[in-house]
Design a protein around this ligand. Structure first.
Ligand code: ATP
Length: 677
């Protein structure tokens, strides 16, 4: 070990005197549950140690902790708050400013009508089940996942033991080690891993089920649970049949209780309902995007994974409005060579999780990604995540399978980041077609469309519907208007069916909510005809990248954390300076009054240069203070000592390499500024 440390020191301070900032060793080949210690040795990922650090340096902590806390609610402390704000700032610069998006800040309390129309009241739900003996609640898909993963782990261990091969056994032992280090609570919920070998076809079935776990509805989950004998992981008790549970927090607006509302579950609806004003603001020019950063609320069934699944969280969402007939993107050429890891739906359907590296250009040209605009945003999401310090090899883009997507979406990808909890969806990127604007427009009768003057008039073929006003009113009475509107807003497929019904039986059925109305050939006629268009009117499609800032922040903590030293392990958070909570810490060597004017002057000067600074003038030794600032992820430390008083020079220490250089304060400020820019 001593020899190895020497090698590391030589690497750190090359003999030619050049400055070498040594980042913690690249962990690309390490499994995600290993971290690199002292740049040399891989050790199992110790989540509880990271959690201790996060609490000690007050990145975040459970809300209302002195009252016992509430699952799924967290408070961010000064360092977490600064880190989150910096991530959001980079997001704003990267998306809103660079792409001239229109940022809005809309109401969190949202009316029943809006969320009924968007489909959230009826469909924004997960499946929950109950331990039939002790009443413990689980999210059904999560409990299936946990139990199957535990069985597969048991199978791996049994096979390793059977094979007796040293390498395989070591791997299993390492995996078991890693498991031990995992969050005690989570492990408890996962159930005990029992080393039992499974038949090959069962392993295959479990793997296929896990690969498609997001794909199942309530009935399928119930069937799976029965077939695979899924029980409560901890108690082994039987579980109830999955029940649907709506995730929105309901409230009343005003004292009468008559106006129902919800805390919004996403920021998107506030953007859609403002579409008309936004289009006007953009001088009716298409395409364009709106954006919003803000809190969203979801009453998650059983939040157990720290910041990854919470009940109140910050989202950053973009709604990019695009012509459905032209989904090219004028800046696509700038990102087409960006290489990403892709897990396509075809691969998942075959029960595998193998990713392939591919440029976004290739993925779009091969139609793996549906269109250029969607590809453009996937690449931009990748570049954003790289900028803030997410590791390339721990990021993949997973395509949704057809059942997993909302029925109106035509393609959807999740940016998933690998953490000690597995691959976690941190950004969703969906082509939502014209769904949102259409439903809000139908409900409010407000036209949410784009009108485009055509250079040349054009003749188009379309469905022409004629209502027989004479028969309609008397026949449908107070429902006449609703039936007429339903008929006029049919999709092409509905008109085809209507025409076919008339041809075969002379009548058809119009369904409005729970009511059905019979219409006949005498009430309405329908045919394909041509019209000449001078203005093209269309409902834009929406491409929606939706970021969960808390999940990104937690993943970044895992990707940035490493431990220096053997005797006394010292935590380091190697955030890129662009997001580090503070860029620089200012350390007077001691409490000597001679340093005070320098602290005052230098801290002002650093801030004036846009370098956020934290002064640490506590009594602790300089080494301790360096260690403390490494734990906060501050990339630069500037020390004021007696020589500073004499000649104005200071020492600059780098967080990752611990290298120190001495120069005038002015030069050091310039260096930090250059490097952070
Ligand atoms: N409960 C939550 N806690 C923290 N972040 C969340 C939560 N739910 C969603 N997010 C974040 O918001 C983003 C967009 O939300 P979206 O509705 O696509 O998530 P989702 O598909 O419902 O997530 P999941 O399937 O994990 O519940 C997600 O990519 C994620 O980063």
């Amino acid at each position: 070990m001593i020899e190895m440390q020497l090698v590391a020191l030589i690497e750190l301070f090359p003999s030619d005197g050049s400055r070498a900032i040594k980042e913690p060793k690249d962990t690309s080949s390490s499994p995600h549950n290993f971290i690199v210690i002292n740049n040399m040795e891989a050790k199992p990922f110790d989540r509880s140690a990271l959690e201790q650090l996060v609490t000690k340096r007050f990145f975040y902590a459970p809300s209302f902790q002195i009252y016992g806390g509430v699952a799924g609610l967290y408070d961010y402390g000064p360092s977490g708050c600064a880190l989150m704000n910096n991530i959001i700032n980079v997001w704003r610069n990267h998306f809103v400013l660079e792409e001239e998006m229109l940022e809005v800040d809309t109401s969190i309390m949202t009316t029943y009508d809006v969320l009924k129309t968007s489909g959230h009241v009826d469909k924004f739900a997960d499946w929950m089940c109950k331990d039939l003996k002790n009443g413990e609640i689980f999210r059904a898909d999560h409990v299936v996942e946990a139990v199957l993963e535990a069985r597969l782990q048991g199978d791996r261990e049994a096979r390793a033991a059977e094979a007796g091969a040293a390498a395989v056994a070591a791997e299993a032992a390492a995996n078991a080690e890693a498991d031990k280090a995992k969050d005690a609570k989570k492990k408890k919920k996962k159930g005990t891993v029992v080393a039992v070998k499974l038949p090959d076809e069962t392993v295959k079935l479990y793997q296929e089920t896990l690969a498609q776990i997001d794909n199942y509805g309530g009935e399928q989950l119930a069937e799976l649970m029965k077939k695979m004998d899924i029980r409560s992981p901890e108690s082994g008790n039987e579980l109830s049949t999955p029940q649907e549970f709506n995730l929105m927090f309901e409230s009343n607006i005003g004292p009468t209780g008559q106006l129902k509302g919800f805390l919004r579950p996403e920021t998107a609806q506030g953007q859609f309902v403002n579409f008309k004003k936004l289009l006007e603001f953009n001088n009716d020019k298409m395409p364009f995007a709106s954006a919003q950063v803000g809190r969203s609320f979801r009453n998650e069934i059983s939040p157990r994974s720290g910041l990854l699944r919470v009940r109140e969280f910050t989202m950053a969402e973009i709604e990019h409005y695009v012509d459905p007939e032209d989904k090219s993107h004028k800046h696509f050429k700038d990102v087409k060579d960006v290489k990403i890891s892709i897990l396509s739906k075809d691969v998942q359907l075959s029960g595998k999780t193998t990713t392939i590296e591919m440029t976004v250009g290739e993925a779009v040209s091969k139609k793996i990604i549906d269109n250029e605009t969607l590809g453009y945003f996937i690449a931009r999401i990748y570049l954003f995540l790289m900028k803030i310090g997410i590791k390339h090899e721990r990021l993949r883009f997973r395509q949704h399978m057809d059942n997993e997507m909302a029925h109106y979406a035509c393609d959807c990808w999740d940016a998933e980041i690998q953490t000690s909890y597995g691959w976690i969806e941190c950004v969703g990127c969906a082509d939502r077609s014209a769904y949102d604007l259409t439903v809000h427009s139908n409900r409010t009768k407000e036209k949410l469309v784009v009108r485009e003057q055509l250079a040349e008039p054009r003749v188009i073929e379309q469905w022409q519907v004629e209502i027989n006003k004479k028969t309609f009113g008397p026949k449908y009475k107070k429902s006449a208007k609703a039936v007429e509107e339903a008929l006029l807003s049919y999709t092409d497929a509905c008109y085809v069916k209507l025409q076919k019904d008339f041809e075969t039986t002379g009548k058809s059925t119009v369904v409005i909510g729970k009511e059905s109305f019979e219409v006949s050939k005498d009430d309405v006629s329908v045919k394909r005809g041509t019209v000449t268009e001078y203005v093209r009117e269309y409902t834009p499609n929406v491409i929606e990248p939706s970021f969960g800032i808390g999940r990104i922040l937690y993943s970044l903590l895992e990707h940035s954390w490493w431990v220096r030293g053997d005797d006394e392990a010292r935590n380091v958070l190697s955030f890129p300076s662009i997001v580090a909570p503070f860029k620089c810490c200012l350390l007077p060597l001691s409490g000597n009054a001679a340093f005070d004017p320098f602290v005052y002057k230098f801290s002002r000067e650093l801030r004036k240069n846009g370098i956020s600074t934290r002064t640490d003038d506590s009594k602790a030794s300089i080494g301790r203070r360096y260690a403390r600032n490494d734990e906060l992820g501050i990339p630069y430390a500037v020390t004021i000592d007696f020589q500073t008083v004499e000649d104005g020079t200071v020492t600059l220490r780098y967080r990752d390499s611990t290298e120190q250089i001495r120069d005038t304060f002015e030069n050091i400020v310039k260096l930090i500024k250059d490097e952070t820019n």
